[in-house]
Design a protein around this ligand. Structure first.
Ligand code: AMP
Length: 249
């Protein structure tokens, strides 16, 4: 079976986010960009399924600017076989990405699509669900275990206060949660090998998809600054403040 893994180029999770002076968005100029962490988990899972002989090919795909090729190369260095860049300089929103992915599924015919549960830049948590709806495929979201069987896949889902196990008829959409696996670091030889793996570039138009944004960001603001703390003289003073000022006890 072929596995398609959509990967998004986002601001690296170690970077301290700065809001643009005009409040129109987040500063991305001269900022380190990386693969969305949940997408690394999705790639790792797909590569492990291939290594276990349960998948035949792993294709990484990204919708974004030319620079997003780097993100595809990271996936290829982790073990994916080939990449597809759907090139656009427009802001990529979940519905547009889901439509592009649907067109690629129609073209490539994968049996499983494994996405990240959420992109850490927009925190939307929508693309996998929208893709499953557009395809009419079953979905197993927030996966912490994925076990493909004959014609189906069993997915353990992280839900509030516990785990839920569902069986999906293949083809299906799965979204990866944090505990699914620990992604590998690409070794230097694999980074070198990845440079030779093929990346196909397509325009959204060629897939018949209009990726123009449908949502407008009105304002982005930093969280309110926390007030400075105070040092109290002793436990009695602390208890008094908790009781009478904070009213926490
Ligand atoms: P979101 O719905 O934006 O939180 O994203 C959920 C998942 O959809 C991500 O973890 C990726 O697997 C996938 N995704 C979102 N945007 C893109 C994109 N521009 N290119 C490729 N995959 C994407």
């Amino acid at each position: 079976m072929k596995i398609l893994v959509p990967v998004k180029r986002v601001v690296d999770y170690n970077v301290k986010i700065r809001v643009k002076a005009d409040g129109s968005g987040v500063e991305t100029a001269n900022v380190k960009m990386s693969m969305n962490p949940f997408d690394e988990i999705a790639v790792e899972e797909a590569v492990r399924l291939k290594e276990a002989g349960k998948a035949t090919e792993v294709i990484v795909v990204t919708v974004g600017p030319t620079a997003a090729q780097e993100t595809l190369r990271t996936g290829l260095a982790m073990g994916a076989d080939r990449g597809i860049l759907v090139q656009t300089d427009a802001e990529t929103q979940p519905l547009a990405v889901a439509k592009v992915l649907k067109a690629l599924v129609d073209k490539e015919g994968p049996t499983l699509v494994i996405l990240g549960k959420q992109a850490i830049d927009d925190d939307c948590n929508q693309t996998g669900q929208m893709l499953a709806a557009l395809l009419g495929w079953p979905q197993g979201t927030f996966a912490s275990k994925v076990a493909p069987g004959e014609g189906s896949v069993t997915v353990t889902r992280e839900i509030d206060g516990g785990l839920e196990t569902v069986q999906l008829t293949l083809p299906a959409v799965v979204t990866a949660d944090l505990r699914l696996n620990e992604p590998r670091y690409a070794s230097l030889p694999n980074i070198m090998k990845a440079k030779k793996k093929p990346i196909e570039t397509l325009a959204p138009d060629a897939l018949g998809v209009d990726v123009a944004p449908r949502l407008t960001t009105l304002k982005v603001a930093e969280p309110a600054k926390r007030k400075a703390g105070v040092k109290v003289a002793d436990v009695a003073a602390l208890v008094d403040k908790l009781k009478n000022e904070a009213r926490a006890i």
